[in-house]
Design a protein around this ligand. Structure first.
Ligand code: MLT
Length: 316
């Protein structure tokens, strides 16, 4: 049975995972994975737009939002395992997958290891490269600073890099919302996730194997995963499309949700039309095969009947 709503709990890999599940029952499924250190509410504007035509699942990665953290060390592989676990529990065989930044790292790892479970990919403000030694070092320093100076200080420092300069003038409320979201995340989760991000493997070498439609989006002013990183991915993913989102930094879905949603809507509906076309083509092909089988059987029966021996003549 499907539960519909915004803060549903499922036990995934023995852990309480909080998710939203909205939209029509039989609609194509799209799963949204948030960035670090946010939660599923960062997708509210996208969920609002998508639920008319799609079944939309957004969940809190373990430790974030309302999901439990568990006791295992965090890793991208563990997060992917949770994603697949949630899909299994919700009986979702195949879905379109959309991830922002850390969500994109999870999505890229998931499609590399479970390609059959996804029929489209939307990669937002993300990167296929692993952390450089300097980036790893910086994350270790951040972990140390969270211990020394606390979460509020961490949140204030983080938001400086998250947004386009103009957002500090035009998107003040959204920035306050994001700061609150960061401050609601426990220090333990911040540190474990920073460690997991620093240890993640690169996925660039596998991009050529991706065979589903891919949309890449990146804020023009993204300083964390800049447009150059998206261009490199686009070059290596066959048939992929890149959209640079104006007036946005790293959180393009929040800073310019209007443009982000336009591109997202266009992409998912084209994926959907394509898969409807394929389904129609497959249905037609199987109808043709069936009618050929029937015609062959009818001809065989007719031939057999025409060859039946006549009744022997009885000599008088
Ligand atoms: C995110 O938004 O998920 C983070 O910026 C990812 C990262 O720090 O690599």
């Amino acid at each position: 049975m499907r539960y519909i709503g915004t803060d549903i709990e499922a036990i995934v890999n023995k852990l309480n995972i909080s998710y939203t599940d909205e939209g029509p029952d039989d609609a194509p499924v799209i799963i949204l994975i948030h960035g670090f250190p946010f939660n599923k509410s960062m997708w509210n504007k996208q969920i609002e737009m998508l639920i008319e035509h799609y079944r939309v699942i957004a969940y809190d990665v373990r430790g974030h939002g309302n999901s439990a953290a568990g006791t295992e060390d965090f890793s991208i592989e563990l997060f992917v395992n949770d994603l697949l676990g949630l899909m299994d529990i919700l009986k979702i065989e195949k879905a379109m997958l959309c991830g922002l930044s850390m969500g994109g790292y999870i999505a890229l790892n998931a499609i590399e290891n479970f390609p059959k479970r996804f029929n489209a990919l939307i990669l937002c403000d993300t990167n296929c490269a692993a952390d450089t030694p300097e980036a790893k070092e910086k994350r270790m320093m951040t972990i140390e600073n969270i211990g020394k100076y606390g979460i509020e200080n961490y949140a204030s420092e983080s938001i400086k890099n998250l947004f386009a300069p103009e957002s500090f003038v035009t998107n003040k409320e959204k920035i306050v919302g994001i700061k609150e979201m960061i401050m609601e995340t426990k220090a333990q989760t911040l540190c474990s996730t920073l460690h997991a991000l620093s240890m993640r493997k690169e996925t660039c070498n596998k991009l050529r194997e991706i065979s589903v439609p891919v949309l890449l989006m990146v804020g023009k002013e993204d300083q964390i995963t800049p447009p150059a990183a998206a261009r490199l991915m686009q070059k290596n993913i066959r048939g992929s499309v890149l959209q640079i989102i104006e007036h946005a930094g790293h959180l393009s879905n929040i800073e310019n949700s209007y443009e982000f949603n336009n591109q997202l809507e266009k992409f998912v509906s084209s994926v959907n039309q394509q898969s409807e076309k394929h389904m129609k083509r497959d249905r037609l092909a199987s109808e043709v095969i069936n009618s050929r089988k029937v015609a062959k059987r009818e001809k065989l029966e007719k031939d057999l009947n025409s060859k039946e021996p006549e009744h022997p003549k009885i000599e008088e």
